[in-house]
Design a protein around this ligand. Structure first.
Ligand code: F6R
Length: 242
């Protein structure tokens, strides 16, 4: 695991954007896995700036998002579809048909999950996966548990995740209790992974991810088994490991 500690959120975001851009420069038709949430917002803003300055071209890029809430339509401002278009896709030249996000309104969730895995596989796998991390150590929506999902599946969100994500909703009761999420093997099959973390509330999760034993109770700790992981974290998140 390579660990890069940046002074603050802005520097962390810029570094992540540069790393993603270098992947696209190396391979124009890269398959990129993307995350939502507060952490990657700065990276998306920087990538938009780079696109406007003609420093990166997304025309041949394909994306696969990690997860989507069950029961929220693409038009719902709290859906990850909406987040991705609003914060990123609407501002760059990616082709709509190259954007992949699980459908939270699918009539048959099991089929949706199987189809999502096939889409990733048929695309030749993910070249670079961007991850955030929950304060409880989750990645995607793979929550701490005795057993983790291997492939893309419907997952139950834990109480602390619902609470953390309620900051975007009118009320905690409105946060969906389930989501479709890539599984651990889906994530770990990616050729390269970058994990971003910022802020004091991630400090324990980061410590457990890099120096703890590998445990399903800290899903991110499984990243220790992957040969190409770069963690880009700010000083606050790194306080217990540096
Ligand atoms: C979102 C996702 C989640 C978030 C995590 C951290 O697509 O996969 O694992 O990365 O919940 O969220 P923030 O960045 O809001 O702290």
């Amino acid at each position: 695991m390579k660990i890069i500690v940046e002074e603050n959120y802005e520097k962390m975001s810029n570094r992540a954007a540069l790393l993603l851009a270098s992947q696209v420069h190396l391979k124009e038709n890269s398959k990129i896995g993307l995350a939502t949430g507060g952490t990657p917002m700065g990276m998306y803003n920087k990538l938009i700036e780079m696109y406007e300055a003609e420093e990166i071209d997304f025309f041949q890029v394909t994306t696969f998002n990690l997860d989507e809430y069950c029961g929220l339509s693409k038009e719902n401002p709290n859906s990850y579809h909406y987040y991705m278009f609003d914060n990123f896709f609407n501002h760059i030249n990616i082709k709509k048909e190259n954007i992949n996000i699980p459908n939270g309104m699918a009539a048959d969730y099991n089929k949706e999950c199987r189809d999502y895995e096939s889409l990733i596989e048929n695309a030749g796998g993910i070249d670079l996966q961007v991850l955030g991390i929950g304060a409880n150590g989750h990645i995607g929506f793979n929550e701490p548990a005795e057993k983790l999902n291997v492939m893309t599946e419907v997952v139950n969100l834990r109480e602390e995740t619902i609470k953390a994500n309620s900051r975007y909703f009118e009320a905690e009761e409105k946060v969906p209790k389930q989501a479709i999420s890539m599984g651990m093997a889906t994530i770990l099959k990616s050729k390269r992974i970058i994990l971003l973390a910022s802020g004091k509330n991630k400090v324990e999760a980061i410590k457990a991810t890099v120096s703890g034993k590998i445990s399903t109770r800290v899903p991110a700790s499984l990243l220790q088994t992957h040969p190409e992981v770069t963690m880009i974290i700010d000083k606050d998140a790194a306080a217990l490991i540096s």
